[in-house]
Every structure is written in structure tokens, then in C-alpha cells.
Write a protein that binds this ligand. Structure first.
Ligand code: ZN
Length: 474
């Protein structure tokens, strides 16, 4: 391992030697030796990223650069064995830090190879390394764990995380399910690259994000090695397992496609999946280049009740219709490449992906976006559509509710009407280019729209995103 920047390898060797000495002497003597060393003030990392909707999601004090997950899932026993190696960087002097993990038994935690103390409290795995990790320090956390993963129930009542199916598991982590299957800094504010290796019984397929590096069968088990090199929020990671028919090809644009389809959904899914390359090409003309190198779909046969825009490879609980494929594909730009810093901004994901569906219909012989808007606007003031403003859903219980999707899309349509088509699509492209692989906030989007169009849009944003009740028409 390379030493942290600015710290010569020599000093690290010294540190390691002192650790070895400490391990051999009684605690009281160790404490004395410790006291003689230069003071290393550190504080505990926060147990959450500070998101009021999900206060314990994510953690403070460090960033995860890369996750290396090695998993083995026994589909009949529903038992998961995992080793997670996280390459992290301290963003404060850290005496202690948390990871998000729920259920499962942790058997060992090391920090840079040295055993670290740990305890569990609720969804927090609290890790105390032997020494304070100074700001900027790169370190590796290894967590060995196993057990029967169970989904969490979201505030809106839906299941999220590792969801067992009749032939494997449907693994969808939005908003808080990543912690059901790996220890994570599970808030979209923290994005990382991933290597995900999954071993399953022979005959099952394990599908994850990015590119399939290799697949190997031995002793009745098959190991799938996946790699996503672009930054990814933890909720967008998957390790979905089932009996799937697999199709692989490269598009004209050089995107590597991997589709995994439950045979029970295959005939319904085929005509829709066939359109994936043309949908991605069409979205690229509107939103800018497709942000990733790989794409595809996982079509499972499960009663989950929603689809998820898992990065590079959306996840469907049954054969999707074309609108849903367009929606989850649009999320690759809006949500996956450009991510939220707080869940209250969820309309930046769902309003945009919904508006992509309207645009697709408009440009493919269906209703114009204006007609879709008008039909929604015709709903009475008491309709659920107007229950809350999409820019402020109020709690995690409402982030996937109609006002976020439909009124969020209506807000975008109003921006389009105010600035005209040319500037509207310039805004969308500047948004996905300027925040690519990073984050964006509602305030930043408003400023960009004003800058590109040269118009004041604060009234429009206030009305459509932040004002309670059915907006009056401009
Ligand atoms: Zn969506």
C-alpha cells in the first residue's frame, strides 16, 4: 500500500513497529506510552450525513473512494457472507467513525489491517480504530459479516434493500436499503467506485453495476465480478440474484449492454428492451452524452411495486413498459450521474425522469407535453397532486409521491414555456455536463436556468416547487 500523501513510508513503518510493541504490553503501560506521544486530537465522526429526512443515513468525517465487496449468497438458505473493503479518506481528525449497516452479524473489523474495536447500535456500526485518523489520511476499512439479509421498511411502507425472491434476491437500495447488504456511507452525498464480486449457486446469475469483468464456475458455484468505475451513490448499487436469461451486446455508440431477464418475463420484456439503445441515443441528443460505459436492464419476477434506476443497469420487478424504461434511463443522467445532496431535492430525480417520459411521448407520436400538463392541471384543488409542493416533500414518507413526480415534471414544463425550447434544452445539457459524476441542488438548477436564459425565474420556481396548494396559472 502506498503511504498517504506527504507522509514518508519510513514513518509508517515506525508507526507499525510501535503498534507491535503496544500489542505486547499491558494496557496501563500502553496508556502511558500513548500519553508520551504527541497529542492526536480527534473527534467522533457524525452518525449521519445531516439529512433531516433520513438522519442516520450516511456518516460524517470521511469519504469512501472505493468499495470492494466480496459476497456469497446461498439462495436456498438465504444466507449472505460478505467481506467489504472500503478505501476511505478522513475529512476530519477521526477518533471514531460509523458505517451504516442493519441486521447481519459482524465478525471482524480492521482499519489498515489492524483489528479495530466495533459495536452495533441501531443501523450504525461504530468503529474505533487504534489511532486517530488525521484529516486527509487515506485508510482501508475491512468488515467481515454474514447473516440473512432482510429488507428495511421505508417511511412510505415499501420494502427497500435486499428483498428475497423465489429464485434469489431483488436488491434495490433507494433510499436507505444499501445498509441491508453492505456496510456503507449510505447517503447520496458520498459517491464511490465499486468492485462487486458475487458467488451464487451454479445456474443462478448475479447482476451488479457496470461491466462484467469475468465469470467462473467451480464446485457448483458461479462467481460474477462486476466493476463500476464512475462515482456511484450506495443506493444505486445492486447485486440482484436469480435465474436469468442473459443477453450481451455493444451498441453503435460503444455502450456495453448486459440484460438479465427472468424467463417468466422474457416475452413481455423483449419488445421494450429492444428499444434500449434507441432510447439512450434519443436521450443523449436531449441531455448530452450518456454518462456511463455500460448499460442494460435486470427484469426480475417479484412483487416489489417499483423499479429502480440502479446505476448503468435499471432494475424492474416485472417486464417494464416503454415509459418506465425511458424513465429509469433518464435517471442515468438525472439522479445517477448528477446526484442529490439532500433527499428533499428528490424532484431533481423524479420530476426530470417523469418529464423525460412526457418528452418521449411528444417526440414519438404520443401526447404533447403541453397536453399532459393540461390534463394534470385540470385536476381539482383537492386532488392529491397538490398535496404538497415538490421542492419540499416534508419528510421521507413523501419522496416517491405523486406531487414529486408529476408536479415536479410540471415545474420543468413551466420552465420550458418560460425560456423557450432552445434555452430549455441548453439548460438540461448544461446541467448534466456541469454536474456530471457529482451533485446538484435545486438552488443551483434555478441559478443555471436563469443564467442560460437571462430571465428571472424565482417567481416560477417559488410557485411550482415551494408553494402549497394548486398553483395559479401564470
Ligand atoms: Zn424515478
Amino acid at each position: 500500500m502506498t503511504p498517504p500523501p506527504g507522509q514518508p513510508a519510513r514513518r509508517r513503518t515506525g508507526v507499525l513497529r510501535r503498534e507491535a510493541v503496544l500489542a505486547a504490553v499491558p494496557a496501563a503501560v500502553a496508556a502511558l506510552l500513548g500519553a508520551a506521544a504527541p497529542a492526536a486530537p480527534g473527534t467522533a465522526g457524525a452518525p449521519g450525513a445531516g439529512d433531516p429526512y433520513f438522519p442516520l443515513s450516511g456518516n460524517g468525517g470521511y469519504h469512501v473512494r472505493h468499495y470492494d465487496l466480496t459476497l456469497r449468497y446461498d439462495t436456498s438458505a438465504r444466507h449472505l457472507d460478505g467481506t467489504a473493503v472500503l478505501a476511505a479518506r478522513a475529512t476530519q481528525n477521526l477518533s471514531r467513525f460509523d458505517l451504516d449497516l442493519t441486521g447481519l452479524k459482524v465478525t471482524r473489523v480492521t482499519v489498515d489491517g489492524a483489528p479495530a474495536a466495533f459495536r452495533r447500535t441501531g443501523q450504525e456500526l461504530v468503529v474505533t480504530p487504534r489511532h486517530t485518523l488525521h484529516t486527509g489520511r487515506e485508510f482501508h476499512i475491512t468488515v467481515a459479516y454474514h447473516g440473512t439479509p432482510k429488507p428495511v421498511t421505508d417511511p412510505d411502507g415499501s420494502a427497500d434493500g435486499w428483498i428475497p425472491t423465489d429464485d434469489g434476491a431483488f436488491v434495490a437500495g433507494e433510499p436507505q436499503g444499501a445498509m441491508t447488504w453492505f456496510p456503507a456511507n449510505a447517503h447520496p452525498e458520498d459517491k464511490s467506485s465499486y468492485d462487486i464480486t458475487i458467488t451464487v449457486p451454479q445456474g443462478r446469475t448475479a447482476v451488479s453495476n457496470g461491466v462484467l469483468l469475468g465469470q467462473r464456475t467451480a464446485h457448483g458455484r458461479t462467481t460474477f465480478r462486476w466493476r463500476e468505475t464512475q462515482p456511484m451513490a450506495a443506493y444505486l448499487a445492486t447485486a440482484t440474484v436469480g435465474k436469468f436469461k442473459v443477453e450481451q451486446y455493444t451498441t453503435r455508440d460503444g455502450i456495453r449492454v448486459y440484460n438479465a431477464v427472468d424467463p417468466r418475463e422474457a416475452s413481455a420484456a423483449a419488445p421494450v428492451l429492444k428499444k434500449l439503445p434507441s432510447v439512450l441515443a434519443w436521450e443523449s441528443t436531449l441531455f448530452g452524452p450518456y454518462p456511463f460505459r455500460s448499460a442494460g436492464s435486470v427484469v426480475d419476477h417479484a412483487n416489489v411495486g417499483y423499479a429502480l434506476e440502479t446505476q448503468t443497469r435499471p432494475l424492474y420487478d416485472s417486464a417494464p413498459d416503454l415509459g418506465t424504461l425511458v424513465h429509469e434511463s433518464a435517471h442515468q443522467w438525472f439522479g445517477d450521474s448528477v446526484s442529490l445532496t439532500a433527499w428533499k431535492d428528490i424532484w431533481l430525480n423524479e420530476g426530470f425522469a417523469t418529464y423525460a417520459e412526457w418528452l418521449y411521448a411528444e417526440q414519438h407520436g404520443g401526447d404533447s407535453a403541453q397536453k399532459t400538463f393540461d390534463a394534470l392541471y385540470a385536476r381539482g384543488a383537492g386532488d392529491h397532486l397538490w398535496a404538497f409542493p415538490p421542492g419540499d416533500p416534508g419528510s421521507g414518507a413523501h419522496i416517491f409521491d405523486t406531487p414529486v413526480y408529476a408536479r415536479g415534471a410540471m415545474a420543468l414544463h413551466e420552465v420550458r414555456r418560460a425560456v423557450g425550447d432552445r434555452d430549455f434544452f441548453r439548460i438540461l445539457r448544461a446541467w448534466s455536463a456541469g454536474h456530471r459524476y457529482g451533485h446538484g441542488t435545486t438552488a443551483q438548477f434555478e441559478r443555471l436556468a436563469e443564467k442560460v436564459s437571462g430571465k428571472r425565474l424565482d417567481g416560477l420556481f417559488h410557485t411550482w416547487l415551494f408553494t402549497k396548494g394548486k398553483p395559479n396559472r401564470a
